[in-house]
Design a protein around this ligand. Structure first.
Ligand code: PMP
Length: 439
């Protein structure tokens, strides 16, 4: 694609024949036709759109339709699609060999960069997905404390490891399977799930099980039941409770790390967790994630300690190149205030458009992450998030798709603004939303 791709308009031809034909073939060989459930569009209706390329804030599907993209690959693409610095780094790295199974310099550089950005990660391990990062962080917490239970929050998603698929968010919400089949009762029984933003429930859980709780794992900014900010004092309360009980506090910053600020949510809120998980932005759009924390805690890991965790492609040369290039651009540009300004402009525009259309809409935004909830009141936890009108969201999603705007295919997901979005693009999006809300 040469340069910028422009959005389709309501007048453009919108055949999705090739997508439909790929979907039919996919259904024969891939369960549900997709390699990750939310991609199947079950929550919004219609078939998935198969993408073939992206540039900046635009994506183009296999039929040649173009969309302004607010999915950003579910968060990683803070610099937009095919950022030249990232593409160049990936090409250069790939030309030198794609995997060695032996240590490489970029792993050290990336670990140093992450640790410098988030000093709570005195030591860290690179892995290949957020799921792996969260699963491994829990193992470390259990190994360090010698305890077995973990506490999480309803509607928070930390990947699909068995013990974390309890009252989980993201696809688990819209699929109506908060507890996945295939997770044993024994494993699920080690997980306590309580409402987000509710310190009293956390205190009660610790009163009952405190001596057995290895860790609290929390999204410091919830993004998997739609975006929900932490209430004032919530994160500080978790820090106090865990410190008093000798439990680990794990911040899952897979979404917020290098997204809300260069130092993550922990930098902005001034809370020092014991362990942190990272993914998405840190891998610049390639399969890379990380987990780390206090040196004495990470010392439990093999080869130094008794807790095992490994990976054939961990710290992969191409993925570390993409991560390093992305962090380099972010460190130099520090685009966070500008991203927030653009996201606020979009949120304000959507709010005005919804008011004009007489549609109840609550824009919940933190930095460049946002969810427009079709609700009368702003959600603060899973129960209140579930009050949003999914049918209305589905209609809005489809009307936006027809107008060339690609949103998350579920009400309970985050949308992301990237450095490639401009004022013009935001204004165009608001104008299209105005049409979509009255369609
Ligand atoms: N934690 C959070 C907060 C996430 O949003 C996600 C994925 N959306 C994960 C963990 C799991 O990451 P992955 O999909 O890379 O396994």
């Amino acid at each position: 694609m040469s340069g910028q791709v422009t959005a389709i308009t309501a007048e453009s031809p919108r055949s999705r024949e090739r997508s439909a034909s790929l979907e039919a073939r996919a259904n024969a060989v891939i369960p549900g036709g997709v390699n990750s459930p939310v991609r199947a569009f079950k929550a919004v209706g219609g078939g998935p759109v198969y993408m073939r390329r992206g540039a900046g804030c635009y994506v183009e599907d296999v039929d040649g339709n173009r969309y302004i993209d607010y999915l950003g690959s579910w968060g990683p693409l803070i610099l937009g699609h095919a950022h030249p610095a990232v593409v160049a780094a990936v090409q250069e790295a790939a030309a030198d060999g794609t995997s060695f199974g032996a240590p490489t310099e970029r792993e050290v550089l990336l670990a140093e960069k992450i640790s410098a950005a988030m000093p709570s990660l005195e030591q860290l391990r690179l892995v290949s997905s957020g799921t792996e990062a969260c699963m491994s962080a829990l193992r470390v917490a259990r190994a360090f404390t010698g305890r077995s239970k973990i506490l999480k929050f309803d509607g928070c998603y930390h990947g699909h490891a068995d013990s974390l698929l309890v009252q989980a968010g993201s696809g688990a919400i819209t699929f109506g399977v908060p507890d996945s089949a295939g997770v044993s009762a024994a494993v699920a029984g080690e997980t306590i799930s309580v409402p987000y933003n509710d310190l009293d429930s956390v205190r009660s859980a610790f009163a009952a099980y405190g001596a057995d709780i290895a860790a609290i794992i929390v999204e410091p900014i919830a993004a998997n039941m739609g975006v929900i900010p932490p209430a004032p004092g919530f994160l500080a309360g978790l820090r106090e409770i865990t410190a008093a009980a000798g439990a680990m506090l794990i911040f899952d910053e897979v979404v917020s790390g290098f997204r809300y600020s260069y130092g993550g949510a922990q930098g902005v809120f001034g809370i020092v967790p014991d362990l942190t998980t990272l993914g998405k932005v840190v891998g610049g759009g390639l399969p890379l994630a990380a987990y780390g924390g206090r040196r004495d805690i990470m010392a439990v890991l093999a080869p130094n300690g008794p807790a095992y965790q490994a990976g054939t492609l961990s710290g992969n040369p191409v993925a570390t190149a993409a991560g390093l290039a992305t962090l380099q651009v972010l460190a130099e540009q520090q685009p966070y205030a500008e991203l927030e300004r653009l996201a606020t402009k979009l949120g304000d525009g959507l709010t005005v458009a919804a008011n004009e259309a007489g549609v109840p809409l609550q824009v919940s935004q933190v930095g460049s992450m946002m969810t427009a909830f079709f609700s009368e009141t702003r959600p603060t936890d899973y129960t209140t998030a579930m009050l949003a009108d999914r049918t209305r969201y589905a209609a809005y999603f489809r009307a936006m798709l027809e107008r060339g705007v690609y949103l998350a295919p579920s009400q309970f997901e985050a949308g992301f603004v990237s450095t490639a979005h401009t004022d013009d693009v935001i204004e165009q999006t608001i104008a299209l939303a105005r049409e979509a809300l009255t369609a």
